[in-house]
Design a protein around this ligand. Structure first.
Ligand SMILES: Nc1nc2c(ncn2[C@@H]2O[C@H](COP(=O)(O)OP(=O)(O)O)[C@@H](O)[C@H]2O)c(=O)[nH]1
Ligand SMILES: [Mg+2]
Length: 404
């Protein structure tokens, strides 16, 4: 059992420190306001102190491999917002040559080992067609290497049509008997380029102010809003407000209310576009407003129209829209969902629940299907830390099986 005291200037700050250091299983036993004593009290602010404990041997809930996915994303270099001070993230997603080469070499070693074990050759051996020319062994090696990578991508749930697309794009560029590294590198680079540049929230003052989160129920919209609101308020010291249009379930409003209270930021509940206009007036002085929507059935066209109308109360240049999807949803269902949201223009993609699967193919599939920019990945229920910018190289490496 770990027992620790945490100090901070506000109650929220202290509670977030507890969360950050001890994680979501921490139990807070007390929070005290500490008033400065003597003459100092005239100048010093009240501070807060919380005592929290954590049982280090809780019942096992996470599969070890799940935990590793979480670690992979936690360790990503992470700029969560576009800002004035920092240079925008490198435009060339393949810029970091050294890191790239290291990754390719590791993957190539793995693949060479598998080819050595004969697994690939067996996989690649298709029933010989009658009269087909006997391919030479050099070609065989290219084919078996590609076949192995093909299977790897398939296993990671990349849709077959996209694997075929990649393979057909790189095949003509390969020399006979190409080294495994070259084939792998070509595929890796294709994947990274197709994943494209990640686009996160731009918090340059005076830019986007209204940020909508849309998507099916239960994917993690509200939790994601809480994570971002917390970072915007506590790390970036911005004036954040929340709006929820998810009034269909009382619990949904309550859930956001809890976060609004912890963060000490206003929450407006709206039932229609007229109330949205009112909320806009009330929140005119805020830097950024995050808007939660109901995860209505994408099977109901009318409900999607509602969301569209709500979004259109804000001029395009003042808003950003994020479509939130869970990476654990089946690709066929994701196809139907994105189809239903296709009328909503210019959205970016957030993928949630990366901690619940080892197979990230959907991120690639949906990126190619929609053409929308990728933005955030979330990998746990922890507010605010289980979120990061999607890193194309990390995803590409995972898809090629470099995670283990
Ligand atoms: N494992 C996991 N659970 C998450 C993640 N994001 C949200 N959740 C959980 O998913 C459930 C639904 O989240 P919620 O934010 O209410 O979804 P919403 O209906 O889209 O607003 C809650 O139990 C969240 O704690 C994530 O990244 N990983
Ligand atoms: Mg919600």
């Amino acid at each position: 059992m770990i027992i620790k005291t945490f100090k901070g200037e506000t109650e929220t700050e202290v509670l977030l420190k507890v969360r950050e250091e001890l994680g979501p299983n921490a139990v807070v036993s007390s929070v005290k306001a500490i008033k400065a004593k003597g003459l100092g009290r005239l100048f010093k602010k009240t501070t807060y102190e919380a005592t929290a404990s954590l049982d280090e041997n809780p019942p096992e809930v996470n599969l070890p491999r799940r935990e590793s996915m979480k670690n992979i994303f936690k360790n990503n270099p992470n700029i969560i917002f576009e800002e004035d001070e920092k240079p925008a993230q490198d435009n060339n997603p393949l810029a970091d040559r050294e890191a790239l080469e290291l990754r390719i070499n590791n993957l190539a070693t793995m693949i060479e080992k598998r080819i050595g074990e004969g697994g690939a050759v067996k996989n690649a051996a298709e029933p010989a067609q009658e009269g087909a020319p006997v391919t030479d062994t050099a070609d065989d090696k290219n084919v078996s290497c590609i076949r192995l990578i093909y299977n790897q991508l398939l296993e990671n749930e990349v849709d077959e049509k996209y694997i075929n697309m990649i393979v057909s794009e790189i095949e003509p560029t390969l020399k006979k008997d190409a080294p495994v590294e070259n084939i792998l590198s070509a595929i890796y680079q294709k994947i990274v380029l197709k994943l494209g540049k990640t686009e996160v929230l731009d918090i340059n003052r005076g830019k986007v102010k209204y940020v909508f989160f849309v998507g099916p129920t239960g994917v993690g919209k509200t939790t994601t809003i809480a994570k971002l609101a917390s970072k915007l308020k506590l790390d970036k010291k911005l004036n954040v407000a929340l709006i929820t249009a998810d009034t269909y379930r009382i619990a949904a409003v309550k859930q956001l209310e809890v976060y609004a209270n912890i963060l000490n930021i206003p929450l407006k509940v709206i039932n229609n576009e007229a109330e949205m206009e009112e909320a806009k007036e009330d929140l005119a002085a805020f830097d950024i407003v995050l808007i939660d929507t109901a995860g209505r059935s994408h099977k109901d066209r009318r409900q999607c129209d509602d969301i569209e109308r709500l979004i259109n109360t804000i001029p395009a240049e003042d808003r950003e829209v994020f479509l939130v999807l869970s990476v654990t949803t089946k690709y066929r269902d994701l196809e139907a969902i994105t189809e239903a949201y296709s009328e909503i223009s210019d959205y970016r993609l957030i993928f949630t629940k990366l901690d619940e699967t080892m197979y990230l193919g959907n991120i690639f599939n949906i990126k190619l299907l929609t053409g929308a920019p990728l933005s955030y990945a979330t990998f746990g229920q922890g507010v605010p830390n289980d979120i990061s910018r999607i890193d194309a190289q990390t995803i590409a490496k995972q898809l090629l099986g470099g995670g283990d």
